[in-house]
Design a protein around this ligand. Structure first.
Ligand SMILES: *Cc1c(COP(=O)(O)O)cnc(C)c1O
Length: 372
């Protein structure tokens, strides 16, 4: 008998999350310097000046436990979203909120629904809870939203045992999205015994007018949960902070499984300040919009195609083994993200960087394609 046999059955067969390769690791392994990472959808500008100042002001107090209620940040989020503080649950990244949702609402007798090619964390939290996952087929490869969420297919997977339905909008790793009217109709049609979790990790990057913002629907649907993060457009991925907006009764249940001090004091201070730093957000989003078109044009010039994306990344069809292209780019000091683990062995997910990083990525991609 091995020690792994002692673990809970669902954990024994759990496939761990595979993160983007860290820069230090690449440089250690390949003996190179000046590499760039476009693998985890981080903001290439990092944190804004106001977040940095808040961290510097707070750092002397890290000997103390953080405010476990996150009062200041919740007050700021309450103003931003026009919801009561009782509707807000803070997480150590929005990943933490996803874990809390599974812990609070799933058991081995119950079920969750998500789509093929969904964010990799959904299957992990569902399986760790021992619940049954029902995976809806995604839209086909040749579609206006290739590999995107098929709302009818998702609805068809809901049973009386369903407690959670996960939808990322825009979705990672595809970059695809669902329109406001269709998504709201979907939410309206989910039965009351299931919570619909709309994960809006990338919503700040969505600039198209009239696009979905599920946070504005909360007063209409008691079973709606919206998750947001400071890891992407706000540039605070390393601090780990995100949150959920929900009915107060849902937030109450999440709070019962939440670790008392799940969000650290630097993250609380930085996130509160980041909400005020409109200029950093504006600059980040504008650079992303320009970068998306730079990358899309560059990829097309190499004879490859990108899926449509409203996030800060594109999914590129390399038309060959994505792993080989990934390796070829690594050797040139450019880290992108292979997505074979998502069932997309020919694709690479590439984060939009600064203009210079995008240019370097494109030339590394071009060379990697020639290597074969
Ligand atoms: C990056 C990402 C998150 C954010 O995770 P954090 O834990 O907040 O860093 C959540 N959902 C999706 C779909 C993501 O891509």
């Amino acid at each position: 008998m091995s020690l792994s046999d002692l673990a809970a059955k669902p954990v024994q067969t759990l496939a761990p999350y595979v993160p983007g390769k860290p820069l230090d690791e690449l440089e250690r392994e390949y003996g190179i310097t000046n590499s760039i990472k476009l693998a985890s959808n981080e903001n290439p500008f990092g944190m804004g000046a106001q977040a940095r100042a808040a961290i510097e002001r707070t750092i002397a107090a890290v000997g103390l436990y953080p405010d476990g209620s996150g009062f200041e940040l919740k007050a700021a989020l309450s103003r931003k979203h026009g919801v009561a503080q009782e509707c807000i649950t803070l997480g150590n990244g929005s990943n933490d909120v996803l874990v809390m949702l599974a812990e609070a609402f799933l058991t081995p007798e119950l079920e969750a629904v998500y789509s093929q090619y969904c964010f990799a964390v959904y299957p992990i939290v569902v399986q760790a809870a021992g619940a049954l996952a029902r995976e809806a087929k995604a839209r086909p490869a040749h579609d206006a939203q290739p590999f995107g969420h098929d709302l009818d297919a998702l609805h068809a997977q809901i049973t009386p045992k369903t407690r959670l339905v996960f939808i990322a909008n825009p979705n990672n790793p595809t970059g695809t999205w669902v329109e406001a009217q269709q998504l709201e109709q979907f939410v309206a049609n989910v039965p009351q015994h299931a919570l619909v979790v709309i994960d809006e990790a990338y919503i700040e990057y969505v600039t198209e007018p009239g696009s979905a913002d599920a946070s504005t629907w909360l007063s209409r649907y008691n079973n709606l949960v919206v998750t947001r993060t400071f890891s992407k457009a706000y540039g605070l991925a390393g601090l780990r902070i995100g949150y959920a907006l929900s009915h107060p009764q849902v937030a109450d249940m999440l709070n019962r499984v939440r670790q008392p001090f799940n969000v650290n004091s630097l993250a609380l201070a930085a996130a509160t300040a980041a909400l005020e730093d409109i200029e950093h957000l504006r600059r980040s989003v504008a650079a992303n919009t320009a970068g998306l078109s730079q990358v899309r044009t560059g990829v097309a010039a190499l004879g490859l195609t990108c899926l449509p994306s409203r996030g800060n990344f594109v999914l590129v069809d390399t038309g060959r083994s994505g792993a080989a292209v990934y390796e070829g780019m690594l050797r040139q000091g450019v880290i992108v993200r292979p997505v074979a683990g998502y069932g997309l062995p020919q694709h690479l997910r590439i984060t939009i960087g600064t203009e210079q990083e995008n240019a370097r990525m494109l030339s590394a991609l071009e060379r990697a394609l020639q290597l074969r």
